[in-house]
Design a protein around this ligand. Structure first.
Ligand SMILES: [Cu+2]
Length: 195
């Protein structure tokens, strides 16, 4: 049980136990040397009373320190449980709902002649950074059009380079295309569904 107590509690308990042990050893071994008749009749009552008081104090100390420890454990358990639950809710919310003030997510788009490649064709609403990597031989950009967006675009990105644009996507259909003349018509265009 002592091992389970916090350091401070163990010290407090140790002091009480130490007093009790010193008192018991002293009265049992040392006092008779100097007072062979100890304890006398009055002394015997006093000795028993003092022993009882110290014993009760010690048990009281065990209870008090033990309960403090249990209280701490209960508080820790409630604290960690309380933190875990909101985290779970937040994670669930990321999948289904718009998250104003939530973490911005990154979508990596590869652009080349003449197509865009996205990790997926649907996303949940929220804040995104679209990062265009030009894997082709000509310069390209990435423009997004849809609810709440009017020609949000990356800079023109040279071959082998990357460029990004921050957008907030709401529910609906967005069109992604390259604005370099002729590229959209050649195939650099796709639709993205936001749920
Ligand atoms: Cu292009």
């Amino acid at each position: 049980m002592l091992l389970g107590l916090a350091t401070g509690d163990r010290i407090g308990l140790g002091v009480v136990a130490g007093i009790f042990i010193v008192f018991a050893v002293t009265s049992a071994l040392l006092i008779p040397r100097y007072r062979p008749d100890f304890p006398g009749r009055a002394g015997l009552r006093l000795f028993i009373l003092a022993t009882l008081i110290l014993f009760v104090s010690m048990m009281g100390a065990v209870n008090v320190f033990g309960q403090e420890e249990e209280g701490d454990e209960a508080a820790h358990a409630e604290g960690s449980g309380g933190e875990a639950a909101p985290r779970g809710e937040t994670t669930g919310g990321q999948e289904k709902e718009p998250r104003p003030g939530g973490a911005r997510r990154t979508v990596e788009v590869a652009g080349s002649e003449f197509e865009f490649e996205l990790p997926g064709k649907s996303l949940s609403a929220g804040d995104y950074t679209f990062k265009l990597e030009n894997t082709g031989q000509a310069a390209h950009d990435l423009v997004l059009e849809g609810p709440g967006l009017d020609d949000a675009a990356t800079p023109l990105v040279d071959p082998g380079q990357t460029g990004s644009v921050d957008v907030t996507l709401a529910s609906g259909t967005y069109k992604l295309y390259c604005s370099v003349p002729g590229h959209e018509e050649a195939g650099m265009k796709l639709e993205l569904e936001i749920s």
